[in-house]
Design a protein around this ligand. Structure first.
Ligand code: 13P
Length: 308
């Protein structure tokens, strides 16, 4: 493994490449990445890097977002099959039709979408800035919010709005078990429940803190003396435990404990071996239709400007 890490670092230097990793990646990928962050941070780093090659250790839409922001750079992903159930729940043609059927609506899309969906969007959001961006519109603005119904419902509740929601969801966040979290809370009465807003409202009701991966991590780092039950993809526990080595973090269990579904199987497709091969061969490479990219860059840039 040490040889592989050395070889990746050498290739990275030789090719002036940067490795960006999401918090849901395997620990060894997070450890070798130049930057580890949430979806917003990954887009921000991609937008400002001077590297010639961006290796996006995350899922396909994250690579697409980087490519749309940096059309002249080579954007690689270690495994092209690293997709996203949430992005898949919102096919671009169906979403475009939905938008067409609702003239006069502002379209806000979660970053977990294809570039083609972003191309029919007014402004992109991540879980870090969704509330702030929705609140930047007048209270009576007519808004379509897609594709995550759980995040949409949550933002509706905290902003007192009634945005029209697309009916999509993340297969990992949908799976957390209310009953098992209640049992864990009874067992660890001093534990704080941290939950990502992609979880169902019944899980969010049990949460003490609702936020993006970066926000949940920050809360734990600011309060390392507490104990935590963590309702998001369990890859985040790697960084939590690294930053707070004395703290107890308990991953929230899914409904079916045999399926390992608090791990995103797409995120876990990326491995050190594939990362090495992808840097060596400069493949697989993300491509985005230039016409789609020209439209998709506007709502992404708008998000970055609002979040700056
Ligand atoms: P954040 O990185 O914005 O927390 O969202 C994670 C994600 O992609 C959930 O599917």
């Amino acid at each position: 493994m040490n040889d592989l890490i050395k070889a990746i670092n050498e290739l990275k230097k030789e090719k002036n490449a940067i490795i960006l990793g999401h918090y849901y990646q395997k620990g060894e990928i997070q450890d070798i990445a130049d930057y580890v962050g949430d979806s917003l941070a990954l887009a921000q780093w991609a937008a400002k890097t001077e590297a010639d090659i961006i290796v996006m250790c995350g899922v396909h839409f994250m690579g697409e977002t980087a490519k749309v922001l940096c059309p002249d750079k080579k954007v690689l992903v270690p495994d092209m099959n690293a997709g996203c159930s949430l992005a898949d729940s919102c096919p671009a043609d169906k979403f475009a039709q939905f938008v067409k059927e609702h003239p006069g609506y502002t379209v806000i899309s979660y970053v977990n979408t294809t570039a083609a969906v972003k191309a029919v969007t007014d402004v992109v959001v991540t879980s870090t800035n969704a509330k702030q961006i929705v609140e930047s519109f007048p209270q009576d603005e007519k808004i379509i919010f897609g594709p995550d119904r759980n995040l949409g419902n949550y933002i509706n509740s905290v902003t007192n709005r009634n945005m029209l929601l697309w009916d999509g969801a993340c297969h990992v966040h949908e799976q957390f078990s209310v009953e098992k979290i209640v049992e864990l809370k009874a067992e660890h009465s001093d534990a704080i429940v941290l939950a990502h807003p992609e979880c169902k409202s019944t899980v969010l009701k049990l949460a003490d803190v609702v936020g993006s991966t970066a926000a949940l991590l920050k809360y734990a780092v600011d309060h390392p003396e507490k104990k935590y039950i963590v309702a998001t993809e369990s890859g985040i526990l790697h960084e939590m435990q690294k930053k707070c080595p004395q703290t107890t973090f308990i991953p929230a269990p899914p409904n079916d404990s045999t399926c390992g579904c608090n791990e995103c199987s797409f995120m876990r497709l990326n491995t050190l071996e594939k990362l090495y091969e992808c840097l060596k061969n400069e493949s697989p490479e993300i491509t985005v239709d230039p016409e789609v990219a020209k439209k998709a860059v506007k709502p992404i840039q708008r998000m970055l400007d609002i979040s700056a």
